[in-house]
Design a binder for this molecule. Sequence first.
Ligand SMILES: [Zn+2]
Ligand SMILES: [Zn+2]
Length: 335
Amino acid sequence: MVSAGPELRKDRLEGRWVIFAPERMNRPHDARVSPRPSPPRSCPFCPGNEGGTPPEIAALRARGSRPDGRCWRVRVIPNKFPAVRPDAGKFRSAADPSLIRPAKGIHEVVIDTPRHGREWPDLGAAAVRDVLRVCRDRVAAAERTAGIRHVQMFKNKGFQAGASLSHAHTQIIGLPLVPDDIRREALRSAREFRREGRCPVCRMLETERAEQSRWIAADRHFAVLAPFASRFPFQTRIYPLRHSASFSRSSEAELLSLAVLARSILARLKRSLDDPPYNIILRQPPRPAGPEASKSGHWSLEIVPVLAHIAGFELGTGMFINPVLPEEAARELRR
Ligand SMILES: [Zn+2]
Ligand SMILES: [Zn+2]
């Protein structure tokens, strides 16, 4: 049977779902050429090339400017080469039906800025706040969509971090299922909540503030930490100080604060680690969260510079070897 793809398959023993999206082989690439190329004329994310992308879903644009025209500050489009899509339907093979399902979902691209080659630290705090505001609203829209069980927002900067296009962009994927790792973390949080009567992250933040050694920065709304058991060197997480299970409930003041702190950490990583590729990952419990998950789950924004490849040991065991203690990373990033 010919597939309309993409397709989800589950490994029977590992319990892990894999998305098969052969269309993604056809993606255009320019990020491999150089970390900072001059804008290629063909860049589909540059102003003037709006006609080369699918029609926009949302945008922050100058008053009176037309959709899919120039004069935008942030622009959202469906991914032209999606990992999941609303109309995924047919199956490729007649395997055990419990191990296979259509990869129905949402895959959107948020183009962070019209300026090619500029990343968050190069943009003003208000411009990054605008990106986060658009992301918040698109994540909220995905969470409201029927059939979506988990929404993942992420950003890949640099070829080694998985970016195919160098023009700064953020992605949002709405999945029809809750990935195993996310489900396990939510269950563990809920168990600890029942035992202690409090959100485990709120408790951890108090301890870390008192302990200080992994604490990097904070303001009224957020704290930045090097996680106690960081899997990767210089991994950091930005946590809201008020308990919240959901990024999409962030206020305008919180988004500005998040923009200021994220820019500041990215600038420090750039200075300390010679402009590394990195991933930014939203971590939050699956939505819609029930009343218990809303109390025990606490969202964060994780920043992971890509300094080494995942190697044989990590692939074999799912365990990570990290040569940099989070206390050392925090000391370096506090400077
Ligand atoms: Zn561009
Ligand atoms: Zn909490």
